[in-house]
Design a protein around this ligand. Sequence first.
Ligand SMILES: Nc1nc2c([nH]c(=O)n2[C@H]2C[C@H](O)[C@@H](COP(=O)(O)OP(=O)(O)OP(=O)(O)O)O2)c(=O)[nH]1
Ligand SMILES: [Mg+2]
Length: 312
Amino acid sequence: MKRIHVAAAVIRGPESSVLIAKRPLDKHQGGLWEFPGGKVEDGEGVESALARELQEELGIEVTQAQPLIQVRHDYPDKQVLLDVWEVLAFAGEPHGAEGQPLAWVAPEELVDYSFPAANQPIVTAARLPQHYLITPDGLAVPRLLEGIARALDAGIRLIQLRAPSLPPADYRTLAERVLALCAGRAQLMLKGPLEWVEDFPGAGWHLTAEQLRRAGSGRPVQAQRWLAASCHGAEELALAAALEVDFVTLSPVQSTATHPGAPTLGWQRAADLLSGFDRPVFLLGGLQAGDMGRARQIGAQGIAAIRAFWPD
Ligand SMILES: Nc1nc2c([nH]c(=O)n2[C@H]2C[C@H](O)[C@@H](COP(=O)(O)OP(=O)(O)OP(=O)(O)O)O2)c(=O)[nH]1
Ligand SMILES: [Mg+2]
């Protein structure tokens, strides 16, 4: 069966809301909600296909778009490659040009809509920002809290609280304070001893590569909470996919002060690894905010960083 190449759009409106459409009942995956788009024609570029489909289906003209995620999915009757772009700006007022119902939905409410099975990683990607701040280790608690508050003011919306040198009880107290600081502003990921996973403050959980290797089968946290993992190569990415994590970090892309002298992946290897992995990936290791465009071009969700996103 030939894989069908589909261009689809996560179209952003006010406050990062997303435009979705309901598929006609008589079509493949009919009656479910979708990200507008359609099949790339022979010889057509994916960006041209995206522009054409959004003109045909919604009557809008795309003026700014960037890659978001590529997802391969095998339905019993069809194999698709969903090539999803984030549309950041467009001209015209979207309307259901083919009679399809439309809805503007807040990112966190996308989970309340039924999408085709292939769409789960796309919904995750649409709910995640591009920047993933990992907190520096070894700071006194007041400085850490102050830095997090300033990062929130600067627009950081996803944070991993990493405090490997704190005793577990202190880390837990800190996690509760950071959670309060982030409430309503940012999504918090905790990284700590796996024994807590059953009973940890309301945030997501980020597995170390070692925890990922020991996790066995079955997702250790409920579906409503993010589960992420640190990966360094193909084997760990495969384990992360088997565990059904929501997203991963892939590192080190370049050399870093955290792990000096460690072998790096480099951009080309990172790109190769991303092309076979259907979940959002934050590239990590020696990257700056200015590398975002390149990261998105090779298929990453964005960049994770300690220093580059920590306010001085
Ligand atoms: N557009 C879109 N298609 C999706 C999504 N999820 C998903 O599995 N698909 C599948 C359903 C279809 O098999 C294929 C895209 O087909 P389509 O029906 O949009 O194609 P099209 O606009 O070119 O329309 P047509 O030629 O079939 O009338 O991808 C999604 O979010 N958006
Ligand atoms: Mg379509």
